[in-house]
Ligand binder design. Structure first.
Ligand code: FES
Length: 65
């Protein structure tokens, strides 16, 4: 049995995607802490061929907010 706690970070990349990063912290019964990170990038420019995810197409565009 273990305790779990998740931390979610959201970053808006300048001229790029919205990046969602999750750190999941697990604490086992001996008190050992393990942190696992996962992340996904969501398209903000509308040009990705793999919506809703970023495929890097924004790099070909003019800067945007
Ligand atoms: S933000 Fe990366 S492809 Fe749209």
């Amino acid at each position: 049995m273990s305790n779990q706690e998740s931390i979610v970070k959201i970053e808006v990349k300048k001229n790029g995607p919205l990046r969602v990063i999750t750190d999941k912290m697990e604490i086992d019964i001996q008190g050992k802490i393990t942190v696992k990170e996962s992340a996904a990038s969501f398209c903000r420019c509308g040009k990705s061929q793999n919506q809703p995810f970023c495929d890097g197409s924004h790099k070909e565009l003019e800067p945007f907010e």
